[in-house]
Design a protein around this ligand. Structure first.
Ligand SMILES: [Zn+2]
Length: 74
């Protein structure tokens, strides 16, 4: 049987969204895209952008880099 790393119970990912560019960040303290440091837990709509140049949503949200983003951030 494959051995798994030790886990502290069931950890829920505290995902937050960057208030500036809407990028979903995990436990990072600085946004990898815009270097913003204010994040919000109150966001809705999850979108994964694979090809920003061909995506209408990416254009609307002014996303230039591939990744996961929130549609709305409060
Ligand atoms: Zn950002």
């Amino acid at each position: 049987m494959a051995q798994r790393g030790r886990r502290k119970g069931w950890e829920i990912l505290k995902e937050r969204a960057c208030k500036k560019c809407h990028r979903i960040v995990g436990e990072e303290s600085v946004c990898p895209i815009c270097k913003e440091t204010s994040f919000s837990n109150e966001w809705s709509g999850y979108v994964v952008i694979k090809d920003p140049e061909k995506s209408e949503i990416a254009k609307r949200l002014k996303i230039t880099q591939a990744g996961s983003y929130a549609l709305r951030v409060r």
